[in-house]
Design a protein around this ligand. Structure first.
Ligand code: AMP
Ligand code: ZN
Length: 110
């Protein structure tokens, strides 16, 4: 499958990693919108939140259990987590990813 984040997960395209284990990867966003902007992805391909089911939700829980550890490691206590789903919502890479954004005062959203 021609998926950018599958290629990053496989190491075929380099990324600036901040966390990795057998199931997930976290790496710095190439175009950060704040001093801390990290993307968390499952190594297995899911197109987005719409692909999450009871059978594969473990990896999503694992991502959310890892986010606070990575945030602490990066020195932030206050942050935003967001996942864009579908082009209309701003999704440009169609492999599930959770943005961790912080390190600055963030504007209101929604
Ligand atoms: P979204 O727009 O929610 O689909 O988020 C995709 C994010 O991936 C954007 O914030 C991009 O800046 C980021 N991105 C695209 N290509 C790369 C890459 N090669 N390495 C790291 N981040 C990337
Ligand atoms: Zn993928």
């Amino acid at each position: 499958m021609d998926c950018l984040f599958c290629k990053i997960a496989a190491g075929e395209i380099p990324s600036n990693k901040v966390y990795e284990d057998d199931r997930i990867l976290a790496f710095h966003d190439i175009a950060p919108v704040a001093p801390v902007h990290v993307l968390f992805i499952p190594k297995t391909h899911l197109a987005g939140v719409r692909d999450i089911t009871a059978d594969n939700a473990d990896v999503v829980a694992h991502i959310f259990a890892t986010i606070p550890k990575v945030a602490e490691q990066l020195g932030i206590t206050d942050y935003r987590v967001v996942s864009n789903n579908g082009a209309e919502a701003g999704q440009t890479v169609h492999h599930l990813h959770i943005h961790l954004i912080g390190g600055a005062t963030l504007g209101g959203m929604v």
